[in-house]
Design a protein around this ligand. Sequence first.
Ligand SMILES: Cc1ncc(COP(=O)(O)O)c(C=O)c1O
Length: 382
Amino acid sequence: MLRAGEQALLPVYAQMPVRPVSGRGAWLVDESGAEWLDAYGGHAVASTGHSHPRVVSAIAEQAGRLFFYSTAVPHPLREQLAAALAERCPGPLGRVFFCNSGAEANENALHLARKATGRKAVASVTGGWHGRTVATLACCDGRSYEAGAVRAGMALSARVAFDDVASLDSVLDDTMAALIVEPVQGMAGARDCSVEFLAAARRLCTERGIALLFDEVQCGVGRSGAFTAAELYGVVPDGLTLAKGLGSGYPIGAVVAGPMLAMGIGVGDLGSTFGGGPVACAAALATLSVIADEDLTGNAARVGAHIAAGARALGARKVWGRGLLLGLDFGRPAKELQQALFAHRILTGTSADPNVLRIMPPLTLTVHEADLLLAGLREVLA
Ligand SMILES: Cc1ncc(COP(=O)(O)O)c(C=O)c1O
């Protein structure tokens, strides 16, 4: 039975059976006052945990000082955040464009790649997922996503087989503007690429004049166990996109560009009214401080390894992922496990792989909370 307001929404989202009214750390409280353990993290967004007091007060303080002004004026927080991201991203990735979401970040990264190379075609990886604008849908793997791009007349990206170096070699050619790849594929089930694959992508893109774009919308901002997966893998792309966890849930996206993409970019080449607004930048700066001060990247690596080991002990036949972006394959329908965990008031995600349960909790998750998740899994698997 739908509530009155629900009927006014386009029914585009499957709904989890919880109506959260508040949250703290990895916990949500529903309308009845019951607590839920959130191993879904608001879709890998609640990086610093729900309503982290430092993020909340940074947002409130900035909202009270100057709620908004567009990019028509310089703002110190925008500059500080750009410098902080440049410092945290590897190598020459040093010029930042702010927008509001992951899809927008990828869309703008593709614009930059096409402008830098003067080429049109792009390549993506099977299992890849990059957003719901027409250009990003054209790079997503999945018939319903591709159909949206085709209806709009957009050519689909060429597809490199996941983690297949020979496929990289045969698909990438010198007509291509960009290869867009998630180092750890979120939607596919936290499938992590091998170092060899990303290193080969780097080498071939350089040889063939193609921009290498890392979509770190889901795996970035500490989730992989390093601030960027690029750092973890030791492979530096030409452009890297961030969103989801960057503002702890306050909408913000960013393209961090290296020299290939930044060269020749001037006034009017990209733009966004809201991108880099003061409250979004305050949220992101507070998020970065909390991640550093509470060593949340280290925590993601440690607690992620604990969950991976625990899942193997429970009989997982494969554990995908890095840090706190994990895909657990128990050879059982993930949808059923997810439903059964709801009964234990534990939220998890599914993925494009019907057997892979996706774990993407706040990076604050403790070993004790991870053990509660594992205990829930043990019960539903029994
Ligand atoms: C890897 C990846 N890229 C891009 C996006 C799109 O981000 P947004 O929903 O903020 O547009 C997502 C969202 O799930 C994602 O996981």
